[in-house]
Design a protein around this ligand. Structure first.
Ligand code: VGL
Ligand code: ZN
Length: 206
């Protein structure tokens, strides 16, 4: 069985948002169309408490996109984003949500960041996504959403490690940094993941 995982299509990652991914809004139509092709659709939601340790504002003298450490790991410092229950943390109003059966929230621990939808960056806590997918007999995971070089890529790498046949829709994601995304795509394919175009699915399903 296959599932579509929609990663972090939230207002703060869209143009005008606090951590806008360039042209992030361009993927939403494709993500909406893809949903009808999957028997299971799930989503992740970046969901930080105020003052989260990944925010530059929580580190004296640091600016967004500088680096520091958090939870013993190297950490890119971000603008404040996806604060729990804020408008920026809401899914985009343009995203079809009716087919989404479950939402997995991440980034809730102020002391560690969480890019992957499966675990935090230190693999200390499991979101429950892997067990949920396994419980639904999912063996193939198709991933779309934002940002391509962070949450989409780290989710794909963990999915591969967990044994899912893993696909990333290149045209249904956008990166924060194009160069970083090229490196992550290489890492994904080296681990056996596939970078595909939505047409490969849409043509056979509709
Ligand atoms: C993300 C940076 C910080 C993402 C989340 O969804 O890719 N990136 N938090
Ligand atoms: Zn975040």
């Amino acid at each position: 069985m296959k599932a579509l995982l929609i990663v972090d299509i939230q207002n703060d990652f869209l143009p005008g948002g606090a951590l806008a991914v360039p042209a992030g809004d361009e993927i939403i139509e494709t993500v909406n169309a893809l949903q009808a092709c999957f028997p299971l659709v799930v989503a992740t939601q970046d969901w930080h408490p105020e003052g989260h340790g990944s925010f530059a504002s929580a580190h004296a003298g640091k600016k967004p996109f500088e680096t520091s450490t958090l939870g013993g790991l190297d950490q890119v410092l971000w603008p404040d984003h996806c604060v729990q229950s804020s408008k920026g943390a809401d899914f985009s109003g343009a995203l079809s949500q009716n087919a989404i059966e479950a939402v997995f929230r991440k980034g809730t621990d102020p002391g560690i960041d969480s890019y992957s939808g499966f675990f935090d960056n230190g693999k200390l806590k499991d979101t429950g996504l892997a067990a949920y997918l396994k419980g639904r007999n999912i063996s193939q995971l198709f991933i779309a959403g934002l940002a391509g070089d962070f949450c989409v890529a780290y989710t794909a790498l963990d999915a591969l490690e967990l044994g899912f046949r893993t696909y990333v829709f290149e045209d249904a994601t956008r990166p924060i940094d194009a160069e970083g995304f090229e490196k992550m795509k290489k890492a994904i394919t080296e681990k056996g993941g596939k970078i595909i175009h939505s047409a490969a699915i849409l043509q056979t399903c509709q």
